[in-house]
Ligand binder design. Sequence first.
Ligand SMILES: Nc1nc2c(ncn2[C@@H]2O[C@H](COP(=O)(O)OP(=O)(O)OP(=O)(O)O)[C@@H](O)[C@H]2O)c(=O)[nH]1
Ligand SMILES: [Mg+2]
Length: 431
Amino acid sequence: MFLDRVKINVRAGSGGDGAATFRREAHVPRGGPDGGDGGRGGSISLRVDPGQTTLRDFRQHHHFRAESGGRGSGSRRHGKAGGDLVLTVPPGTAVYDDATGELVADLVSSEQVAMVAKGGRGGLGNVHFATSTHQTPKHAQKGEPGEELWIRLELRLIADVGLVGLPNAGKSTLLAAMTAARPKIADYPFTTLEPNLGVLDLGDEDERRPTIADVPGLIEGASLGAGLGHAFLRHVERTRILVHVVDGSDRDPEWSHGVIRDELEAHDPALLRKPIVVAFNKMDQPAAVSAWPLFQEARQRDGIACVPIAAVTGQGIAELRALIAERLPDADDLGIPPEPAGVVVHRIESLGDGFVVERDADGGFRVRGKRIERIAAQTDFEIDESADRFQRDLGRLGIDAELRRAGIVAGDTVRIGAVSLEWDREAWESA
Ligand SMILES: Nc1nc2c(ncn2[C@@H]2O[C@H](COP(=O)(O)OP(=O)(O)OP(=O)(O)O)[C@@H](O)[C@H]2O)c(=O)[nH]1
Ligand SMILES: [Mg+2]
């Protein structure tokens, strides 16, 4: 099954904890701190694999984790860095933060990489906390938690040429006639259920290798969700040229042509601004031959290029190829969508000191703020010295004062990120 939209959960590795250890030597009675830092956690990135055309690999598996960093240890030994995880996606994969809907990255070109979840930094070992007045710190930082989020991957195939038309018009037959692709062809509508891609051969003289996509047939109302084609219109959004295949032997080719134009326009008016070439197909049939003159005249009036073909016999294919070749850009620009896409949007995580104090439903207090939440996550409250340090940070950031203003009393609960603390007036005042 073709899969072009999927939601996955990515969790980067946490940083390893820093160590709080002291030098032990026979002739030194009380050695200084020598706890090493924790290793950084592994990150999760997405990389474009040009060989992939669907997000099928994500069908079963929705949770991805990168390795955590190792703990630091004595003798200033640093913990091992956690291994990164690289997931491959097809070209044309847009990545959204599912919670905010924000575009995180637009992965277009081969081997392009975007980091989607950053590993946590390793905690600092106690060697970093020795000062002239405090030479034996028992404080060491815990590792920073890795980023965790749900992301939505959405595929928009990257093809230079898109084939559109009503069901049974002969799109797949045309794709097979112009490329080495072998899509399923049958004399009933909706034979194509998922996009097929082929590489167009423009002849020995031409070094360009444009890709061409055949999508499921469109019907009247497709843009409103009718039929199969609707969801697949997305895949022609990024093409440079559209080839509209019309079944010339149909009862009313003029009507077919109008339906497709209306549906393209309703989906996205920009589609009609792309160069369009009409392939008037099935010219091996007498009905098509007799309908052609009127159809051609109408297209001349519209100023739309039009060519009579018979995909099954190869008639007119060379002319169609030439019309497409004329409208395609240089080799360098092929394979890259014409829109200003392809830019990786970097998320800039602000680490501001800002915070807010809120009341939880149970009467407890909740402090929200990027920096304080991170400090809390990196504090080991079992170690008095670390807990003291944390209280000083609360004072320094003005959180302490704000909690008092909000009416906190001894015994109340304070929640910061995943940490839950009991407000102990005495200790906090002395801090
Ligand atoms: N006589 C004739 N029949 C053709 C020609 N091109 C395609 N056909 C036939 O038309 C039928 C539909 O062809 P497909 O290529 O499967 O059409 P499609 O547009 O891909 O159809 P869907 O995938 O269902 O949207 C098949 O029976 C083809 O053999 C042609 O030039 N002449
Ligand atoms: Mg088809």
